[in-house]
Structures are given as C-alpha cells and as structure tokens.
Design a protein around this ligand. Structure first.
Ligand code: NAD
Length: 491
C-alpha cells in the first residue's frame, strides 16, 4: 500500500501506474514502485515510460507547441503565477513529500518548494521582458533579430534535488514558448515530475504543452533521438551526460549539460577555524553530500589541518543520523543501495591507500554516518572521485601555489571556495581556480537560481541556468528583414 495522502493536492489515485500527457494515461513501459529511502516503504507507484511512450509524448508536445507559443505573454505569465500560488497554498504537503521521496530533511524539502515558487515567478517575469533587437541596415529596410523557441525541449533530471533541477529548466523553457517533455529520475518521479505536472495542470497550462514521463536511461535516450525535440537540457552524472551529448550531437540538437563536480574549499591559516569548520561541514554533509556542488575536498593549510579536522570530527559526532523528513535527524539516508556500496568502497580504498578514518563510516540500511577522512592525497579514490556521500576529505597543503594546484587537479570545474580574512589573497587564489562558481568566504554549495549556473570541463557546458542565461538557452535567434517592395537584382 502506498504511503501517500489520499485527500491532498498530491493524490496517488490520479497517477497510479500512469504518466502525464496533459491527462493521466497508462504507459507501455510498465510500472514503477517508488521507495522512501529512509524507511523502505512504498510511497507511490507511477508508470515507467519506454521509447514508444516517449515518441508518443513528443508527437503530442510537437502538436501542442504552436498554439502555446502564439498565446499572449500576459496569458502565459498568468499560468506561472497561478502555479506559484498553488505551490504556496500546498507548501507543507509538498515540502514533506519532497523530503520523504528524496531522503532529505524537511528543511531541504521546504527549500526546494520555496525555490520552485521563485522559479515560477521568474518565468512569469521573463514574459514581460523585451527579447529582440532592432539592427542597423540598408536604407529602407527594417532589420531585426528576435528570439524564437526551439519547439519541443526535452528535460532530463536527477534524483537529488529533483523539484528544483527539473523546474529550473521546465519553467523558462515553457515561458520562452516551448513545449516540454520532462523525464524525471524514476526514483523521484513525483518531486521531479508529477508535482510539477499537478501545479501546471491546476494552473491551466493547455494540455499537451507539458508531458511528464518517469523512465530510465532508455527513455532518456529515446528523448535525445526524437527528431521533434530541438533541445535537451540534461542534469546528471558526467558519464550519462557524455552519452546524452553524443546522441543529441548526432541528431544535431542543442544540448545543455549540468554535470558532476569535485569541488574544493580552501581554508587558509588565518581563517576563523570554528567558522571554517561549520562551512566545511555544511558543504560536505548537507543532504548527505548528494549535491553536485558538495565540498569534495577541504584543502587546509598544514599548520591548521589537525585543528580543523578535530573540529569537524566533533561536529560529525554531534549530528543525528535517521529519518530526517519526520524527526530531528540532520543526516538522512543515501538514495539507494548501489550508491551506499560505492561510498563504502571509496572510503575503504582511500583508507587502504593511507588516509585516516577519523570518524563515521556505514550505518544501518541506506544510512552512512557523517565521515571525516584526514591525510587525503592525490591518487586516493576520495581525492579523485565525486563521492556523492557524507564524507569530508581533509587535504593538507603548504603554500597558496600548492592549494591552487590541488584544487585544479580534476577534470571537473563546477564550484570552488576560499575562506580567509585576507580578502586580497583569497581573491588572488580564486582568480586562478578553474570553476563556474566561485565563493570567497563561503563554502561551495550555493545556488540562488537567478544567477548563471554551470560548470566547465567535465562539469558541463556551463552558465546555462538562471536569469539572463535563460533567454540564451531556451530560444534561438531569427533574423528578419522587411522592405516595402522587392529590390531589382542585376539578373
Ligand atoms: P544520472 O546521470 O545517473 O541520472 C540523471 C538522469 O539521467 C536520470 O533521469 C537518469 O534516468 C537519466 N539517464 C541516465 N542515463 C541516461 C542516458 N544514457 N541517456 C539519457 N538519460 C539518462 O545521475 P544521478 O546519479 O541520478 O545524479 C547524480 C549526478 O548528477 C552527480 O554526478 C551530480 O553531480 C550530478 N548533478 C549535477 C547537477 C548540476 O547542476 N551540475 C545537479 C545535480 C546533480
């Protein structure tokens, strides 16, 4: 039996074993039981889309898009405002559901819903902005450039912050006049998909303009292949992103990639250490480290590395591990068994290679305790790999030059941070870090969803989400000229 509220905004009876194509319909791909990571309980059951379901959705979206594009900006904006209002009215129910489905705390669930409201208002705001240019041209010729939607945009999103990571693409893509086919991760199909479908359904989005199909890699690949899809907005791992880029490239689609990270926080020797430890703990353990911007390396000047490690150990031991959605725990479960095994392997391999396990390690079931590894060095798995688990890796350094070298010793390039009261020195270090997001006197996890967000290198093709970047991402320029009558050419 599912654990979902049967009378609230999110009623399972609407979507049990179904997908959303403007209405709730059965899928060809089968069904998808959704387990709550903290309890193992079946939360709900959705459809699992296959390639045929994706093709059918793309066809419907393709047909629905022109009328949506033609709708006046005020009418479109109204849909986003109503959706935001619904998210606010049902805030508590939505926040709890997101927390439960993702294995997060209520704080994390609430954060996602608050951000969703902002994203919806921002999408409404896009519709009152000018989005064209009058260009200089020959006498008697009106020449202008205007932004046109891609048509159908495919959005593929991950499990960790599913509501925000889906909506940050869905909302601006729709506002720009596209139809959207959204494929959330099948582990979090409600937070990353059906919740959004419910908001837009009740807000009056015309049927067919948004399709939501929970599905796995096969459904994602079908979306990247479909000729009616003009653009793919992908958020997920670098390995899957590479496949998505290959398929989208072969089919000549635009592709926006938001991928993994191995982000460094550099703590200089003059830093306030209790404050730096709090920053490092937040960056490394928030949502069990399952964040692309998580602090994956804590680079500490050798003279303060031991003291910082001791402060982190005290913090780790004071945190409660458990069902963070319902109780007082700050650290919840990992998303699945595969991920739990992976975190265990990375920590074990690093200890075998000479790192010290100061505290932490596996807990029961999917839980993994906040962990501190000290003496982490290049070559160790914990230094090299994105862990996506609550592991703080302390890496000592001797000089600013070495800190920069260690921070840049990765193919990722998402986020980086420096903590020190010497602002000039911290900024000089920051200037030389290869990253898309740089924070001086903060940790690495920060996203205000109105700023361009994105990574370099193996973290993606960068700067593609938020604020002015949305126009660049979800539209393509068209050049238009107008004359009174056709000119006479030489032949
Ligand atoms: P994942 O790549 O396994 O899955 C992400 C999505 O891609 C899911 O919907 C999945 O079903 C789909 N998918 C998987 N293989 C596919 C394929 N071959 N073709 C098309 N779609 C496919 O990632 P995950 O493990 O769920 O998420 C964690 C990863 O995502 C981490 O690496 C994390 O850093 C990254 N991430 C990045 C950002 C960012 O903004 N840069 C944000 C969140 C997560």
């Amino acid at each position: 039996m599912s654990a979902i509220n049967r009378t609230g905004f999110l009623q399972e009876s609407q979507w049990h074993a179904k997908l959303f194509n403007g209405a709730w319909v059965e899928a060809r791909g089968g069904t998808n039981p959704v387990r709550e990571p903290a309890t193992g309980q079946c939360l709900t059951q959705t459809a699992l889309a296959n390639a045929e379901d994706v093709a059918a959705a793309c066809q419907v979206a393709h047909r629905a898009q022109p009328a949506w594009q033609a709708l006046g900006p005020r009418d479109k904006a109204e849909v986003f405002r109503r959706a935001a209002q619904l998210a606010e009215i049902h805030f508590d129910e939505l926040a709890l559901f997101v927390a439960r489905e993702t294995g997060g705390s209520l704080l994390k669930g609430s954060h996602e819903v608050r951000e969703a409201v902002v994203l919806l208002h921002q999408a409404a705001g896009l519709l009152s902005q000018g989005h064209g240019l009058i260009l200089p041209s020959a006498a008697g010729r009106l020449s202008y450039a205007r932004r046109l939607p891609h048509g159908v945009v495919g959005v593929i999103s991950p499990f960790n912050f599913p509501l925000v990571l889906s909506l940050r693409a869905v909302a601006p893509a729709l506002a720009a006049g596209n139809a959207v086919v959204l494929k959330p991760d099948p582990q979090t199909p409600v937070s990353g998909g059906f919740l959004i479908a419910r908001l837009f359904q009740d807000a009056g989005l015309p049927p067919g303009v948004l399709q939501v199909l929970p599905g796995g890699a096969q459904a994602g690949e079908a979306l990247c292949e479909d000729p009616r899809v003009g653009m793919i907005a992908f958020t997920g791992s670098t390995a899957a992103g590479r496949k998505v880029a290959e398929t989208a490239g072969r089919n000549l689609k635009k592709v926006a990639l938001e991928l993994g990270g191995k982000n460094s926080l550099i703590v200089l020797e003059d830093a306030d250490l209790p404050l730096a430890a709090s920053n490092a703990a937040w960056g490394a353990w928030l949502h069990q480290g399952q964040i692309c911007m998580a602090t994956g390396r804590i680079l500490a000047h050798a003279s303060i590395a031991d003291e910082l490690t001791a402060l982190l150990v005290a913090k780790a031991n004071a945190l409660q591990v458990g069902d963070a959605a319902q109780g007082q725990a700050q650290v919840g479960p990992l998303i699945n068994e595969r991920q739990h095994v992976r975190v265990c392997q990375i920590v074990e391999a690093s200890v075998a290679a000479g790192a010290r396990l100061e505290t932490g390690g596996p807990g029961e079931g999917l839980f993994y305790r906040p962990t501190v590894l000290s003496g982490v060095r290049p070559g160790m798995a914990a230094f090299e790999q994105e862990i996506f688990g609550p592991v703080a890796c302390v890496v000592p350094f001797e000089s600013d030059e070495q800190a920069i070298e260690l921070a840049n010793a990765t193919e990722y390039g998402l986020s980086a941070a420096v903590i020190s009261p010497s602002l000039g020195r911290a900024m000089a270090i920051g200037e030389r870090l290869r990253c898309g997001l740089l924070h001086i006197n903060d940790q690495t996890v920060a996203d205000e969803c109105i700023n361009p967000f994105g990574g370099r290198g193996h973290s993606g093709n960068g700067g593609s989400v938020g604020g002015p970047a949305d126009w660049d991402e979800y539209t393509q320029w068209q050049w238009v000229t107008v004359k009174n009558e056709p000119p006479r050419y030489p032949f």
